[in-house]
Design a protein around this ligand. Structure first.
Ligand code: RB5
Length: 156
C-alpha cells in the first residue's frame, strides 16, 4: 500500500451521505481508505468522529483525513482541537487548493447537507492534486504550531 495515498474518512449522521459518495470516488481512484464511521443517518455527535479521525491523522503524518457533518463547521472546530490537526472547511475548488498550497491542511472538511455531487467531485480532485508550496507558508505554519504548543497546557 502506498501510505501517501491513505485517507481516513469520518462523518456524523448529517455528513454520512457525502462521506459515502466521497468513499466511492476515492475507491474508484485507487486510494486506500479507512472509514471510521458513522455508518448510517442515525443521530450521532460530530465531536466523537472528529476526535477519532483527528487522532488517526495526527499520529501518522502520511495520512490525510476527510471529515463531513451538516455544515462542516462543528466537525472542523472539533478536529482542530487535536494537536497537529489543521482541518480546513472548504466550499469550492479554489479553497480546496489553497488549503493545501498555503496551509498544508491535513484534514479536508465539507458540509454534507445538502450536497452537490458535481461540486464535491471537483473539490475532491482539486484537493488530491494540490501540493504545499512551502516558502513563506512554512514560516506561517510554524507560527501556528508555536501557538498550539504555547497554549496547550493553559486553561483560559
Ligand atoms: C447535526 O444536526 C449538525 O448540527 C452537524 O452535522 C453540524 O452541522 C454541526 O456543525
Amino acid at each position: 500500500m502506498d501510505i501517501k495515498k491513505f485517507i481516513v474518512l469520518g462523518a456524523d449522521h448529517a455528513g454520512y451521505e457525502i462521506k459515502e459518495f466521497i468513499k466511492e470516488q476515492l475507491t474508484n481512484l485507487g486510494y486506500a481508505l479507512e472509514d471510521i464511521g458513522t455508518d448510517s443517518t442515525k443521530n450521532v455527535d460530530y465531536p466523537d468522529f472528529a476526535e477519532k479521525l483527528g487522532l488517526r491523522v495526527a499520529k501518522n503524518p502520511a495520512k490525510k483525513g476527510i471529515l463531513t457533518c451538516g455544515t462542516g463547521i462543528g466537525a472542523s472546530i472539533a478536529a482542530n482541537k487535536i494537536p497537529g490537526i489543521k482541518a480546513a472547511l472548504v466550499h469550492d475548488e479554489k479553497e480546496a487548493i489553497l488549503s493545501i498550497e498555503h496551509n498544508n491542511a491535513n484534514v479536508l472538511v465539507l458540509g454534507g447537507r445538502p450536497f452537490d455531487k458535481k461540486k464535491v467531485k471537483k473539490i475532491l480532485l482539486a484537493w488530491l492534486n494540490a501540493k504545499f508550496q512551502g516558502g513563506r507558508h512554512t514560516r506561517r505554519i510554524n507560527k501556528i504550531e508555536k501557538i498550539e504548543k504555547k497554549y496547550s497546557h493553559e486553561i483560559i
